[in-house]
Design a protein around this ligand. Structure first.
Ligand code: ATP
Ligand code: ZN
Length: 637
């Protein structure tokens, strides 16, 4: 459905989603303290280094060889151990340990052994304890380093384990939310019922060899109950609900996001049938950049893992992934392929009737004064989302509480509304009453011109509920998939685009900035009509399509023709637009009553079906078409 309007009347684009309430997380389990390992290592280190030295210093005496020989001869030596290198350790008869270094000749000539034999000293082979010590000590720094790294590794692992446990904790929920908790949105509920159906009995689908739903994208402005709806699906189907936010996957450590995705899916698969709900999927699902330029490697790895997991669902897997986004246009197209998020459900701002129902849900259990009429409040809150309405009720209740009243009065709702509208104005596109009326006039203009122009695409829907940057919208659907557009059709399109502004001129005597994007769109179309489609009688059947090739050849900003030609193009474009405006103004003047009726209906109901527009326009659609495009008109002068 082409959308005609993008009216940037109100400055900044709407802020993205409010931060959603974090999923309730039990306090994370503290990681085990691994410092003991380090302390132990230090102790060992100290023991190895200083133990032998201290021991020796306390009890071992280093003696000259000659002194030892003298003591051997004097029968003061009890035991002796001799190393092959001449290192001698031993104990004196008084218990004193000693060491000495025998000269090599003493060993080779048997000098030492003869003395020892003569004195009948107990001789044993040299114990290599010291060398062993030395070996260990020399290896110790290396061992310590390795140990240190191991310890750090364990620590990082326990940290990531902590992060992962966050995801796991956020999961394994069993919401008791039901569809009755989601007020209104009957059409949306019907659409998503298929998911409930599938999760309740996946076997039925397998039996028929049908692939059940895998990924469903919930799209719509913030606060329209997308999360609520996802929970209700889990509640209705009585299956586990794993809720995560997209941004929580984008971790500091590269690779962690991807591994978290893997674990999440593993866990969901284990408890299938189940639902994974990814809030703000645009945080990971945004278009991938060219070869990781801009350092989005981590996000891309996470996205790739998500895609892999969704592809990897075996035919019998009954895990459904629901995701929520306010910016579907930013999503990577790969996400939307069959077998992934191949179902999209629009969750728009609530209509008047839905707002009444949502209010009813939120005033449950609160006492209302007799002067409170929910449909009056609903009428006064166009553009409010479900979350805004919940907020409104709470705000009104606060006012009552402040005055020590148990009942909420109509005045409380009025005050609360005024505060919210004023507070919200800079954030979103909620409208002041006079702006709302102007939008109604503007959209009625578009719709009526479309309805009254025989070759224009039929009007499908008209709304003054804001959506994104647009304050209102008129939707047209082409009767069939067109590949070709006639000249007449293009001129009618110009008139339809200028119809909003024409209606404003007619009703208020002046236009507004709301028509800026209409004008831009119309101008663009007119330029193509003149320059590419050869529809200007003055320029004739020539085409100057603006292509990259032209830019290359000329090196200039896309003017592959003489300046005189450009002047003709400009003149013809302006003429086309002026004619279209005159035509639209003429039509609307002629059908002024219908215009006023349509504006009134639109202000009352906010959203109208296309057929209402045709009912109001009546059978008086002109048979003689006088748009700029008709040969009789457009080709002269
Ligand atoms: N149709 C509804 N019926 C009842 N309550 C609603 C409805 N829509 C929204 N709400 C209220 O608004 C709150 C917020 O809605 P929710 O978080 O589901 O919106 P959302 O679309 O997921 O928002 P976002 O896009 O910002 O994440 C809900 O908890 C609920 O109180
Ligand atoms: Zn418009």
């Amino acid at each position: 459905m082409p959308e005609i309007d993008r009216h940037p009347l109100v400055g900044p684009p709407p802020k993205p989603a409010r931060t959603p309430a974090p999923p309730s997380t039990p306090p994370p389990r503290p990681p085990q303290w691994r410092g003991w390992w380090f302390v132990l290592a230090l102790l060992l280190f100290a023991l190895f280094f200083f133990g032998p030295a201290v021991g020796k210093a306390m009890t071992t005496e280093s003696l000259p060889y000659s002194t030892v020989l003298a003591k051997v001869d004097g029968h003061q030596v009890a035991t002796v151990a001799v190393g092959s290198d001449g290192a001698v350790t031993g104990m004196l008869t008084n218990g004193q340990r000693f060491t000495t270094q025998a000269p090599l000749w003493a060993l080779t000539t048997g000098d030492l052994s003869s003395h020892l034999e003569a004195a009948k000293v107990q001789v044993s082979a040299y114990e290599q304890t010291d060398t062993l010590y030395q070996l260990v000590v020399s290896l110790l720094p290396t061992l310590l380093l390795i140990g240190g790294f191991w310890w750090l590794g364990r620590r990082a692992q326990s940290m990531s384990g902590l992060l992962r446990s966050k995801a796991r904790a956020a999961a394994a929920e069993r919401p008791d939310t039901r569809f009755t908790d989601v007020a209104g949105y009957e059409g949306v509920k019907q659409e998503i019922m298929e998911v409930v159906d599938f999760l309740q009995d996946p076997g039925r689908y397998q039996l028929a060899g049908a692939r059940g739903p895998r990924g469903v994208l919930l799209m719509g402005p913030p606060g329209t109950g997308k999360t609520l709806l996802a929970r209700a699906v889990a509640g209705e189907a009585r299956v586990p609900f794993y809720a995560v936010t997209g941004s929580s996957f984008v971790e500091l450590f590269v690779g962690l996001g991807a591994s978290r995705v893997r674990e999440l899916f593993d866990e969901a698969r284990r408890s299938a049938p189940s639902i994974i709900f990814i809030d703000e999927i645009d945080a990971i699902g945004a278009r991938r950049t060219v070869a990781g330029v801009g350092g989005h490697d981590e996000r891309e790895q996470t996205l790739n893992q998500l895609l892999a997991e969704m592809d990897g669902f075996a035919g019998d897997s009954s895990v459904v992934v629901l995701a929520n986004t306010n910016r579907p246009e930013a999503l990577d197209p790969a996400l939307l392929r069959p077998g992934r998020f191949d179902r999209e459900i629009q969750v728009p701002l609530p209509t008047l009737a839905d707002r009444t129902r949502i209010l009813a849900v939120h005033v449950r259990g609160k006492r209302l004064a007799l002067d409170v009429n929910l449909s009056v409040i609903a009428r006064a809150t166009p553009g409010f989302s479900g979350a805004d309405l919940a907020n409104l009720v709470n705000e009104a209740a606060l006012r009552a509480a402040r005055d020590d009243r148990a009942e909420i009065r109509a005045a409380d709702f009025d005050d609360a509304r005024d505060r919210l509208v004023l507070g919200r104005r800079d954030e979103t596109v909620s409208l002041l009453p006079e702006e709302r009326e102007r939008v109604a006039v503007h959209e009625s203009g578009h719709a009526l011109v479309a309805a009254l122009s025989p070759t224009a695409d039929p009007v499908a829907k008209i709304t003054i509920l804001p959506s994104g940057m647009a304050l209102g919208a008129t939707h047209q659907i082409p009767e069939d998939e067109r590949r070709l557009y006639t000249e007449q059709h293009l001129h009618d399109s110009l008139a339809v685009r200028l119809g909003g502004r024409a209606a404003e001129l007619l009703v208020y005597g002046e236009a507004s900035t709301g028509a800026a994007s209409d004008l831009a769109g119309a101008t663009q179309l007119a330029v193509r009509m003149v320059r590419e489609y050869g529809l200007s009688p003055e320029l004739g059947p020539v085409a100057y399509p603006v292509s990259a090739a032209y830019l290359d050849v000329t090196g200039s900003a896309g003017h592959p023709y003489a300046e005189a030609t450009q002047r003709i193009v400009d003149r013809e474009v302006a003429r086309f637009l002026r004619l279209a405006e005159e035509y639209a103004l003429g039509l609307l003047t002629h059908h002024r009553e219908a215009l006023d009726d349509l504006v009134a209906r639109l202000l009352e109901e906010e959203t109208l079906d296309g057929h209402v527009v045709y009912d109001i326009a009546g059978p008086s659609a002109p048979t003689v078409h006088t748009a700029a495009g008709t040969p009789s008109h457009g080709r002269t002068s």
